[in-house]
Design a protein around this ligand. Structure first.
Ligand SMILES: [Zn+2]
Length: 91
């Protein structure tokens, strides 16, 4: 699906309908020194193997992708949850 580069929508900070710049949300790199990552690494350490079942066969072939909308007047950013899609691109 193609999403427009600019969407006119409600901004809660301006309390009005304003033009928003659209970008696609992408997950950032996970830090290996975070609390959960260190704990997970420690759980896998030593004798005993994997601590929870690994998901091998996924039922879903598509993902829900987020649109990040940034207000052009105040800079407030809001996320808009999309429908399930194979591919999302900006038109
Ligand atoms: Zn705004």
């Amino acid at each position: 699906m193609k999403a427009p580069k600019v969407i006119n929508t409600y901004c809660p900070k301006c309390n009005a309908k304003t033009p928003h710049t659209v970008s696609i949300y992408r997950k950032g790199k996970e830090s290996s020194l975070r609390r959960g990552a260190r704990h997970h690494e420690w759980e896998l350490h030593g004798y005993g193997g994997q601590k929870f079942p690994e998901q091998k066969r996924k039922a879903k072939t598509t993902t829900k992708q987020l649109l990040k909308l940034k207000c052009r007047q105040c800079g407030y950013t809001l996320d808009r949850l999309g429908v399930r899609l194979r591919k999302l691109e900006l038109a």
